[in-house]
Design a protein around this ligand. Structure first.
Ligand code: SIN
Length: 287
């Protein structure tokens, strides 16, 4: 286990992830602190901070210490920012954003390596986010199944969620996701090929990468043939032994590694408002 000099790392949050203490993210941080946060992030896949007071600008500034920021294709950023998007569920909305197991925008040629989500307003009950360790879940698969997965490729696309026939395109969904949501109709129908199992560019460890909402099919297989594999992998990865449930408080920030952890925003707080700010950091093409 790594020893840290400038931060406190508490692993008691669950099977994946760690809470980092002893740091104020609104202050200019030295390279040693950033290096230690980066090390903890690689080790634990998702790190959490509590009691932070962050403007959109400060959140983007902190995120940019880990790489170049990226724009999310389907949401207009908040005023004054090119990168920070609002994720808001109003009390009368029924569906939420990110309410299924996925890694962020895995349908892009270069999906983001990191997502940083900050809580401005949280419901008194519910609204937790679940995180699943896709590396440990991969490692426990049988050798023959691993080989089958690794010898195949996935066809990824935003179309299942954001395309003309996707889950977020009905009038109801648009109403629920707010006026910042929309756009990029052509990109919404695009496809890209990525491995079903990806190798982490920094740690070299392998993780499950395909998902029900973003992977249309295994290349050369029909969707009906592919779906049982995606369903099985999701079920396997989301067993209790791989999943941490993060309870948000106002001022919490989560920073997850989309290359090795899946997440799922729970939608169990009807009647209450939840307001988050999200920023993503560019990643490499999965291999
Ligand atoms: C997301 O999928 O990026 C949103 C997660 C959340 O709101 O908890």
């Amino acid at each position: 286990m790594t020893q840290y000099k400038t931060i406190k790392v508490d692993r008691s949050v669950g099977p994946v992830g760690a809470v980092i203490g002893g740091v104020d993210l609104s202050e200019p941080l030295g390279d040693e602190v950033i290096d230690e946060i980066h090390t903890a992030w690689l080790e634990h896949h998702v790190v959490f901070f509590r009691d932070q007071i962050l403007s959109a600008e400060a959140q983007a500034e902190f995120a940019s210490r880990f790489g170049e920021l990226d724009q999310y294709p389907f949401m207009t950023p908040v005023d004054g920012s090119d990168y920070v998007i609002p994720i808001i569920k109003e009390p009368d909305a029924e569906m939420n954003f990110g309410g299924d197991w996925h890694t962020d925008t895995s349908y892009k040629e270069h999906p983001p390596k990191a997502t940083l989500l900050y809580a401005l307003e949280v419901p008194p009950v519910g609204g937790d986010t679940l995180f699943a360790d896709a590396t440990s879940a991969y490692e426990s698969l049988s050798p023959a199944f691993k080989e089958t997965l690794e010898s195949n490729t996935g066809v990824f696309s935003p179309k299942l969620v954001h395309g003309s026939g996707g889950g977020y395109k009905t009038e109801e969904a648009k109403k629920n996701l707010g006026s910042s949501y929309g756009g990029n109709a052509e990109f919404a129908e695009s496809e890209v090929e990525h491995p079903l199992i990806r190798t982490h560019a920094e740690t070299g460890r392998k993780s499950i990468y395909c998902s029900k909402p973003h992977t249309v099919c295994i290349k050369g297989w029909s969707r009906d043939e592919s779906m049982p594999i995606f369903r099985y992998l999701t079920k396997h990865m989301t067993q209790d032994e791989y999943v941490t449930r993060f309870r948000w408080e106002k001022g919490s920030l989560a920073m997850w590694d989309n290359r090795c952890v899946f997440h799922n925003a729970l939608n169990d707080y009807q009647g209450y408002r939840r307001h988050m700010h999200r920023v993503i950091v560019k990643g490499e093409r999965p291999h």
